[in-house]
Design a protein around this ligand. Structure first.
Ligand SMILES: Cc1ncc(COP(=O)(O)O)c(C=O)c1O
Length: 423
């Protein structure tokens, strides 16, 4: 009997697909004694189990044939309507069900947009750092990725403008800008209001399409609410991605793309080939969850749970982290704290030492298209228990301190040698 050599049969596209760094690292962090800041998981305490049970029981009594049948590719109309109404209510965004496509997670939205817009040699603009899942989704279609750095106020719009001017000069046509303006993953920061307005101005000036990915926009613990780019957009330039993964449950895999009808219609055709439809069953549960008005009470609960964890995390960071080697902006919402260490501390090299102390994070370079960001790390604060957050930060602080000290003497050593040589 012969066995096919599958490796030789894979397409060029398949050969370019690499196992996600996070996935590989996460495997190492699954042991129960490891305090993991590495995942991006919501806390199971935030799952509305009783309400979901109530709705499922009713659903199987009242609408079993619809909920258990195939559905339309666009999604359950009532859910699309509910989402359009909610977008109007919370963000003052005008539109209706026709602007909404239900996707199987917003990860699928990213893939479909990649399919639609990225051809070989297409140029796209992303933030640096950016969401690893977006890098993975877009990279399948082999774009040229231009990375624009972030600071504590989001993407550096002046650098973006310089790049766009340069692109015009060299006849480079940009397919889209992908951004996570609110509670960025991984950077935790929010784009300031003035930069949001600037992005919309730039979009008009340079005929740019903007993909706004917003899984965390409703998870604000402190500070003032900021409007999504989509709500500032008066020209159908922004395609917005929303999801119930962080505000309801990720296991439903219910998300939506909200955009111009031309784009939604094309995405429907692409999606048909991928999965025919997102599971109607969980769409019906989500529809009922919104219809019964449960989501707002639930959000209040999650915000209080995560807000407390955020403040425990930042308090512990303030108390234990050796500030001479590390700094971080305080996240006002979302799920992540992004820390930048001194330039000469490589968080990939440091990772094994952290694991030896039974604490884990995600290495910074995973979030950069060019593999830079080697002195950064992402810490999730929503999943660990309160006690483990404090204990984990203590352990990580020791690791950072050891590396900081070791690197400080390493850089001191050559200087001393230089002196000796000079003498
Ligand atoms: C910025 C960003 N976009 C998209 C996703 C994917 O979310 P979903 O569960 O809806 O696929 C995530 C998940 O963590 C995310 O952080």
């Amino acid at each position: 009997m012969t066995v096919p050599h599958y490796e030789n049969l894979f397409s060029n596209r398949a050969n370019k697909m690499k196992a996600s760094v996070i996935r590989e690292l996460l495997k190492l962090t699954q042991k129960p004694d490891i305090i993991s800041f590495a995942g991006g998981l919501p806390n199971p305490l935030a799952f509305p189990v009783e309400k979901v049970e109530e709705i499922i029981c009713d659903l199987l009594k009242d609408e079993p044939t619809k909920a258990l049948q195939y559905g339309s590719t666009e999604g359950v109309t009532e859910l699309r309507n509910q989402i359009a109404q909610r977008m109007k209510k919370i963000w003052n965004i005008d539109g209706d069900a026709e602007n909404v496509l239900i996707t199987t997670g917003s990860q699928q939205g990213l893939d479909l947009l990649g399919r639609l817009f990225i051809g070989s040699a297409s140029t796209i603009v992303m933030e640096a750092p950016t969401y690893l899942g977006a890098l993975n989704a877009f990279n399948v279609y082999s774009p040229q990725i231009v990375s624009i750095p972030l600071d504590d106020d989001g993407i550096k719009v002046d650098l973006l403008r310089d790049y766009l001017m340069n692109a015009v000069k060299h006849n480079i046509y940009i397919k889209f800008l992908y951004t996570i303006p609110t509670f960025h993953n991984p950077a935790g920061v929010c784009m300031s209001l003035s930069r949001r307005k600037k992005i919309i101005d730039l979009a008009h000036e340079f005929d740019l399409v903007v993909i706004e990915d917003d899984p965390y926009g409703e998870l604000r613990y402190t500070g003032e609410t900021l409007p999504p780019l989509k709500s500032l957009d008066d020209g159908d330039r922004v395609i917005y991605l929303g999801t119930f993964s962080k505000t309801l449950v990720p296991g439903f895999r219910i998300a939506w793309t909200y955009g111009p009808k031309t784009v939604i219609d094309k995405m429907v055709i692409a999606k048909q080939a991928v999965d025919l439809c997102t599971p109607p069953f969980t769409q019906y549960v989500a529809k009922e969850y919104l219809k019964r008005g449960y989501i707002d009470q639930h959000l209040t609960k999650i915000i209080s749970l995560y807000g407390k964890k955020q403040s425990i995390m930042t308090k512990a960071m303030n108390e234990y982290m050796p500030r001479e080697y590390i700094r971080w902006p305080v996240p006002e919402g979302g799920m992540f704290l992004w820390a930048t260490l001194n330039e000469n501390i490589n968080t990939t090299d440091m990772f094994n030492d952290a694991l030896a102390q039974n604490v884990a994070y995600v290495i910074g370079s995973a979030f950069f298209a060019d593999g830079s960001g080697t002195n950064c790390m992402r810490l999730n604060f929503t999943h660990p228990t309160d006690d483990r957050i404090v204990e984990g930060v203590k352990r990580l602080s020791n690791v950072v301190e050891n590396w900081g000290k070791a690197k400080a003497t390493e850089t001191a050593a050559p200087r001393e040698q230089e002196l000796i040589t000079g003498v």
